[in-house]
Design a protein around this ligand. Sequence first.
Ligand code: X5A
Ligand code: ZN
Length: 454
Amino acid sequence: MKSPPDQPTKHLFTTGVVYDTFMLKHQCMCGNTHVHPEHAGRIQSIWSRLQETGLLSKCERIRGRKATLDEIQTVHSEYHTLLYGTSPLNRQKLDSKKLLGPISQKMYAMLPCGGIGVDSDTVWNEMHSSSAVRMAVGCLVELAFKVAAGELKNGFAIIRPPGHHAEESTAMGFCFFNSVAITTKLLQQKLNVGKVLIVDWDIHHGNGTQQAFYNDPSVLYISLHRYDNGNFFPGSGAPEEVGGGPGVGYNVNVAWTGGVDPPIGDVEYLTAFRTVVMPIAHEFSPDMVLVSAGFDAVEGHLSPLGGYSVTARCFGHLTRQLMTLAGGRVVLALEGGHDLTAICDASEACVSALLSVELQPLDETVLQQKPNINAVATLEKVIEIQSKHWSCVQRFAAGLGRSLREAQAGETEEAETVSAMALLSVGAEQAQAAAAREHSPRPTEEPMEQEPAL
Ligand code: X5A
Ligand code: ZN
């Protein structure tokens, strides 16, 4: 029998991936991609990698769209939204209708390369950039809404330009519209999602995202970034920045300080997740998790756009940890990272994790290594500051210097103690129950419910 032509698209309950070629057209008018590391080849390469590895065929491809100007204004000012969300072609009608100033007279800089932009990172193409920046936002909104609505298990958004540096009225650091922040606002406003956790593991602090939710206790922002006492771009993200007003405690900055000697890598990121990120995230108990998934902390990125040596596979393991939150409703959105091998490897690892494909195990040397001295100092400081707001982190202060193997052994010991004590009390309960049975008939037992495997 023929299926009706207007049958709704069936959604497989799997990992969603979103990508659109509109985002490729955001390119400097100088045409030289070598001087601009945030180029179209980044997302083209990731898309190809997911195809070549067969991972894409296990996912569901989601159709993107351009975000509306109203959607963008959940985070950005009207002026900023019109400045970057319109092209000369569709601007005239808006200008006259809204009686704005002459927004076509933008305060762009002429760049040494011959193009225009806010700065030589944050380039602008008058004809094509507005479509691209709106598509990046709309792609993430579409994907995240399907995950929040339960149509998809989780998702990965292959989008550019990135967004986490974009503030209410400021474009900077390759970013114009803050896709993750806008998506968060829309999830709350349109789908009544309550609590959102944003984890930002791009090597740069997400100043725009922090700003958007600084006073908001319904959005927990946790960023891990190279800070070096404010000497690394964008300079914000101090551990003392914990949120304001009702949002105090809902901003967590794991602000690595101490440079790159010794280097920051897998051990340090895994230790931060063990002692700060995951305990706080579980206590917060989000309804949805969005990840500002920049991959510029992956080995292969040199200062000033990197300097760390986290492995691509480590990001797969971090993703798998986040999937234990919010009923698994986790959506990753690409932010920074320009080394094509690194960002493709990391994307592959993260999508594999989202699909629950078996991951490449972490090296035993990583599991046996202790975090470096600067990282321990960073985490000590974070715990000291955040323990006022999250009591769960206090218990990790003493064992920060442990390797993951040592920590695991310690936890097993703890768990054994707990279960031994539980057994003792079960013994007491059983004795009581046996005594009670002498006087009343045995009730029928309910079948025990099975916890879903991670
Ligand atoms: C998204 C991202 C980096 C900006 C570096 C500015 N931006 N020098 O990684
Ligand atoms: Zn970055």
